[in-house]
Design a protein around this ligand. Structure first.
Ligand SMILES: N[C@@H](CCC[C@H](N)C(=O)O)C(=O)O
Length: 325
């Protein structure tokens, strides 16, 4: 039997699979097609998810394990902040460790158990890094700029000012007012830049940000490979950095920020050393379901005999959400 988990960070939902528990590991193409299948809401497995997180052995001695992120459309992401918190919790419980590194495609990242954000809420802190504003790292072209920092891009929108940053997955961020947030502009931009287009050929996560008060922002994200999600951890980290750079009076480096999102809330800390940035993302790591099935059924995407059990943790998360309203 194999055990999958259904997990979330700020209601950004994933299935989680530890390849080490399989008799024969899934190949890359099997993982991509499994991710696409179980993430789809219409396949009926607990309402689908935003993606699949895959744990495997690390290739370096610094890391306890590796994490791979498969978006709902089967594409691979270089990083996932909300997902990394749940992977960190899984590894923390498996290896009885509170602080360690997890290998991601570009960097081995420091993670640790953190002070609970609410009673009994499993909370983890993860490093978001490396960070770059360079065109080649963010992956944009034909926009006439080598960096996009708080500028209007008429090719994309006539009035919004954008910043593009890789953390290391790509993000395009704009500060908006209430009317802009409620309009269909974010969806239009997100869909355009994640379909074949000359500006972000590999797609981009598009976030609209509202500054609420000092050290407090709201972030809504249209995710590459997924669509609108309740929250995107790397987007909230990137938005905290971009707010600190754009509105230095409002977000201070090295201090905790509150980041609200449609699914809940996280905290961020933006660290700076010369021109180098590193962000800490602190938030829930909730396991909502266990799913047990045979390895053959997993390979064949047959969940008809799967045993699905609720963990009861969603109640704790809902208490937390109610407490921040
Ligand atoms: N939800 C994630 C980001 C997942 C990857 C993203 N869709 C991409 O393709 O870059 C997060 O919490 O960071």
């Amino acid at each position: 039997m194999v055990e999958l988990l259904k997990v979330h960070g700020s209601a950004n939902t994933f299935f989680l699979l530890d390849q080490n528990t399989l008799e024969k590991k899934l190949t890359q193409s099997e993982l991509a097609s499994l991710g696409q299948f179980i993430a789809a809401a219409n396949n009926g497995i607990i309402g689908g998810a935003d993606g699949l997180l895959v744990i495997d052995e690390a290739t370096n001695s610094q890391s306890l394990a590796s994490m791979e992120v498969i978006n709902a459309d089967g594409s691979i992401a270089s990083m996932c902040g909300n997902g990394l918190r749940t992977v960190s919790r899984f590894l923390s419980e498996k290896y009885h460790l509170e602080m360690f590194h997890v290998e991601t495609p570009l960097k081995s990242l420091a993670v640790s158990r953190a002070q609970p954000l609410h009673d009994n809420l499993q909370t983890f802190s993860v490093e978001i890094s490396p960070i770059s504003f360079a065109q080649t790292d963010v992956g944009f072209s034909n926009l006439g700029h080598e960096e996009i920092r708080n500028i209007v891009l008429p090719e994309i929108d006539p009035e919004l000012r954008f910043t593009a940053v890789a953390v290391p997955n790509p993000h395009l961020i704009a500060f908006v007012d209430q009317e802009q947030l409620q309009s269909d502009r974010q969806q239009q931009i997100g869909e355009t830049l994640n379909a074949p287009n000359p500006y972000f050929p590999d797609g981009v996560n598009v976030s609209f940000v509202q500054v609420i008060s000092a050290n407090k922002i709201f972030v809504k994200t249209f995710e590459r490979g997924v669509g609108f999600t309740n929250a995107c951890g790397t987007a909230m980290a990137a938005s905290s950095l971009v707010t600190a750079l754009t509105y230095p009076d409002l977000i201070n480096f090295n201090q905790k920020n509150t980041v609200l999102n449609p699914g809940g809330m996280v905290q961020t800390v933006v660290h700076t050393l010369d021109d180098h940035y590193r962000i800490e993302l602190i938030g829930n790591a909730t396991f909502t379901h266990t799913i047990n099935l045979s390895e053959t059924d997993l390979r064949e995407h047959d969940f008809t005999n799967a045993q699905i059990r609720e963990t009861g943790e969603q109640r704790i998360y809902q208490d937390f959400v109610d407490s921040i309203k």
